[in-house]
Design a protein. Structure first.
Length: 174
């Protein structure tokens, strides 16, 4: 029997202490840079891979004026999936590194002049990107939207937690 099957057979249910879980999630969010954000207009879902930056458990995403922003104006509910980039072959210890977060929450579009807009840009680290485009990093387009994702529920999946005596599935709510 494999180490993973033995651990799963134990049906470990222990939860990480809340502060440890929040630190785990915050650290994981800082380590990753890409996510898939899903929105809906109530009929058709739209899942878009995007770059994000985080502050604690809150995500900030530069939002182009496409279908996801149209959806958010109709329905603020969002789902965000974030996974690490390991490619497990399932023959060694790779399973210990497979991690993901599933965030369910509200998406708030912030436009130029809105409270929190400048803060969103600062968290997003906008200036280096503007420099890369040979644009004045202090000039912000009045057309640029920022999406702030505030989690209402975060589900963690990490087989590696089993090795520490905790369930590989953890759920956080505010």
């Amino acid at each position: 029997m494999s180490e993973l099957s033995e651990l799963l057979a134990k049906r470990i249910k222990a939860e990480l202490p809340r502060t440890e879980l929040e630190k785990y999630m915050s650290d994981f969010l800082k380590q990753q840079t890409m996510c898939t954000v899903a929105t809906t207009d109530g009929i058709w879902p739209r899942a878009t891979p995007v770059e994000y930056y985080s502050e604690g458990l809150t995500l900030y995403i530069a939002a182009d004026r496409g279908q996801k922003t149209k959806n958010l104006k109709i329905n603020q509910n969002v789902s965000v999936a974030i996974v690490n980039t390991i490619r497990p072959d399932w023959t060694g210890d790779d399973w210990k590194q497979v991690r993901s977060l599933q965030i369910t929450g509200k998406g708030y579009l912030l436009a130029y002049g809105d409270p929190g807009y400048q803060h969103a840009l600062d968290v997003y680290n906008w200036r280096p990107f503007m420099k890369l485009l040979d644009r004045d990093p202090e000039h912000i387009s009045r057309e640029r939207l920022m999406l702030k994702v505030v989690p209402e529920k975060i589900e963690v999946f990490d087989f590696g937690l089993l090795l520490r005596g905790f369930s590989g599935r953890q759920t956080w709510t505010p």
